[in-house]
Design a protein around this ligand. Structure first.
Ligand code: HEM
Length: 406
């Protein structure tokens, strides 16, 4: 174990955010478990440890199924944050068995590989249309013209959110996701609370309408599952819809722009991809590894656990560094090199264990659709300027990606 030390790991430093990977190498060299005072967490930077801990039942995304706040040595969140927690804490991502198992099974029934596969023509058609407009305009912002509208429309379509209602989805999601950053500010919390109230109110109305008049959409499917066996409460229904809508686009948006910015910085690899589109599937995996869209996930220690000779006690919090694990040289040869034809690629960008991303097949399809359309219809695409990063660490992305069709 390494003790409190002066680390290059500083998630609030723009220089670190520009390229966190050298700081991760330093962390991995320091040890398997590093106490990090600014957040009171234990950092875990190695692939083998992250991979094992994601499957570890002594850890949990929540502790509330077993302990009260005080009993666990934590303080209850302030009452004014309650709308955010009510919404967040009833989604499957923040539940543990048995509730997690029940909800995940139900959602999986509606969110099958077949449902996703049926969407393929729609997803590719939409990607083609969006890229077509970008090309006609001679360029634009890859973020707002392609990366955002594609996954937002797809997940909204799946859930049956009418087109006219979609504009606030992205700002609501961004406000809620602000709470997943490390040590969020009071202003960020206030924005998340406001968005939680508005988003929940909207969905309650939509659910009531679908209950009256069911459609072919996922919300109607979840209501039916709910009504048959009383297995999803009304709050769980709202929380599940919000989780699907937010998780259903946030990371895909960032994976798209991080991926293209990585390609632009590696012209040799981009040229190889342009010459051989059969590299698309392995390119997508490699880009998700190379610049990991979700950098950190946390787990509570529910029962004492020993890591590298140190007992991490119940009540502690572990922060698993996905970006670091994805650059661990004991798993990935020459991890700092973008290699679109990398064969074995056991990156953990979609997590592992019981919370493994339920949307991974959809995300892969969306990323392949936009990449195919951009390679085919914009073979001369170049960046117009160096993009700015968002100030976020956990959800790693760009504030925009200006491009030109040369
Ligand atoms: C590139 C895109 C995506 C990435 C990198 C990603 C990544 C992840 C990760 C890392 C987790 C687990 C977090 C943890 O273990 O604590 C997760 C869970 C989840 N993801 Fe994704 N995701 C992506 C796209 C999607 C899409 C398109 C959907 C569509 C519905 C989705 C829905 C979910 C849901 C519902 C969960 C919770 C699963 C559970 O708790 O059992 N994700 N995702």
């Amino acid at each position: 174990m390494a003790g409190p030390v002066d680390l290059a790991f500083d998630p609030w430093d723009p220089e670190f955010l520009a390229d966190p990977y050298p700081a991760y190498a330093e962390l991995r060299a320091r040890g398997r478990l590093i106490r990090y005072e600014p957040t009171g967490q234990w950092l875990v930077p190695h692939h083998a440890d992250v991979s094992a801990l994601l499957r570890e039942r002594r850890l949990g995304r929540t502790y509330r199924h077993r302990f009260g706040h005080e009993e666990f040595g934590r303080s209850a969140p302030p009452p004014e944050h309650e709308p955010f927690h009510t919404l967040n804490d009833h989604g499957m991502l923040d539940l543990e068995p048995p509730d997690h198992t029940r909800i995940r099974r139900l959602v999986s029934k509606a969110f099958t590989p077949r449902t996703v596969e049926r969407l393929r023509p729609y997803v590719h058609g939409l990607a083609d249309e969006l890229v077509g407009k970008l090309v006609e305009a001679g360029g634009g912002d890859l973020l707002t013209d392609v990366a955002e509208p594609l996954p937002v429309a797809v997940i909204a379509e799946m859930l049956g959110i009418p087109e006219a209602d979609r504009a606030p989805l992205r700002p609501w999601s961004a406000a809620i996701c602000g709470m997943y950053e490390l040590n969020p500010s009071e202003e960020a919390a206030a924005r998340a609370v406001r968005a939680s109230v508005e988003f929940s109110d909207y969905l309650r109305e939509l659910i009531a309408a679908r209950r009256e008049e069911p459609g072919e959409d996922l919300i109607s499917g979840l209501i039916a599952a709910h009504d048959e066996g009383d297995r999803l409460t009304e709050q769980e229904l709202v929380s599940t819809a919000v989780l699907l809508l937010n998780a259903g686009h946030e990371a895909t948006v960032n994976a798209t722009v991080n991926g293209w910015w990585a390609l632009f910085r590696n012209p040799g690899q981009l040229a190889a991809l342009r010459a051989d589109h059969s590299l698309i599937p392995s390119a997508i995996e490699e880009l998700m590894r190379y610049d990991t869209p979700l950098q950190l996930f946390e787990r509570w220690v529910l029962d004492d656990i020993e890591i590298d000779g140190t007992t991490v006690p119940r009540g502690a919090e572990i922060a698993m560094l996905f970006g670091s694990a994805n650059h661990d040289p004991s798993v990935f040869a020459d991890p700092g090199r973008l290699d679109l034809s990398r064969g074995e690629n056991p990156h953990i960008s979609f997590s592992a264990g019981i919370h493994y991303c339920i949307g991974a097949p959809l995300a892969r399809m969306e990323l392949a659709a936009s990449m195919t359309a951009l390679l085919r219809r914009a073979p001369t695409l170049v960046p117009a300027e160096e993009p700015r990063r968002t100030p976020n660490f956990v959800i790693r992305g760009l504030a925009g990606l200006a491009v030109e069709v040369a």
